[in-house]
Design a protein around this ligand. Structure first.
Ligand code: NAP
Length: 248
């Protein structure tokens, strides 16, 4: 990696930049929670987005963030969250982290409903949240969106026999993250004044995979944390992991 590795070092905390106002969806646990923890530690003002008020408020209290209820599949919940955050002063960074795995049925048994369920969160949820927050982000001096994708959405990686991503075969999750990648690229073109990127945390031990991933949440969250702190000179429309650029 060339440009990204030089420009996107996380080690500088907020990178010498002003603290950012950040919302992370699905931040009550796992990668979202660790992203929140690291960004709060770096001095940022973080909204812990969670669909469950008890779990979300508890995480916000533990971490020193602010809680906002947000179910990414629910129009009213997303609209209310955008209103709350706008009324509290605004937002610089949106991290679309909430995601689900969905059905692991064999390909031949996978139904349209299996895909619909996963797309509702991983694809339509991101569009719903992004659409609600773009007007809020537009008031920021340096707006940023981070879409938490996966190497499982990469055609390059899932067809490379050397990669672990090629060993798992399934329709809903993989295709939802490929769709998210294209959506990220299109949003980046539509809003060139914003930094809008897709990131792959890598295979990370969380509830998502019954803690089978080899990486810690600290390792997995590293690229999310880095991309959330991007400034105007950093990449947009990119697909990144902590090693560099991921093939689409
Ligand atoms: P996780 O342990 O299952 O946590 C997912 C989070 O998303 C939870 O906070 C969950 O809330 C929340 N969520 C789910 N549906 C939601 C909805 N409708 N509205 C709001 N929040 C919702 O998963 P994770 O491993 O941290 O994964 C986080 C992101 O990283 C996902 O987008 C995933 O696809 C991606 N990713 C993970 C890995 C990995 O190996 N773990 C690898 C690549 C990419 P509840 O607690 O209420 O369920």
């Amino acid at each position: 990696m060339s440009e990204q590795s030089n420009d996107t070092n996380t080690s500088s905390n907020s990178g010498g930049r002003a603290p950012r106002r950040i919302l992370i969806t699905g931040a009550n646990k796992s990668l979202g929670r660790e992203t929140a923890r690291a960004l709060i530690e770096a001095g940022h003002d973080v909204w812990i987005g969670a669909r469950d008020p008890e779990r979300g408020a508890a995480a916000a209290k533990d971490l020193g963030g602010r809680f906002v209820q947000i179910d990414v599949t629910d129009d009213a919940s997303v609209a209310a969250a955008a209103e709350t955050i706008a009324a509290a002063g605004g937002l610089d960074v949106l991290v679309n982290n909430a995601g689900i795995l969905g059905s692991k049925s064999p390909v031949g048994e996978t139904t349209p409903d299996d895909l619909r369920e996963v797309y509702e969160t991983n694809v339509f949820g991101v569009v719903r949240v992004t659409q609600a927050f773009v007007p809020v982000l537009a008031k920021s001096e340096a707006p940023v969106i981070v879409n938490v994708s996966s190497g499982m959405g990469s055609l390059g990686r899932t067809t490379d026999p050397e990669r672990i991503e090629s060993k798992i075969v399934g329709l809903p999750y993989t295709s939802s993250k490929s769709a998210l990648n294209m959506i990220t690229s299109q949003y980046a073109k539509a809003y060139p004044e914003m930094r809008i990127n897709a990131v792959d945390p890598g295979y990370t031990a969380t509830d998502f995979n019954a803690h089978s991933g080899p990486q810690s949440v600290e390792e997995g969250a590293e690229i999310i944390v880095r991309a959330a702190q991007f400034g105007p000179d950093d990449p947009t429309g990119a697909y990144l992991d902590r090693e560099g650029t991921v093939p689409w």
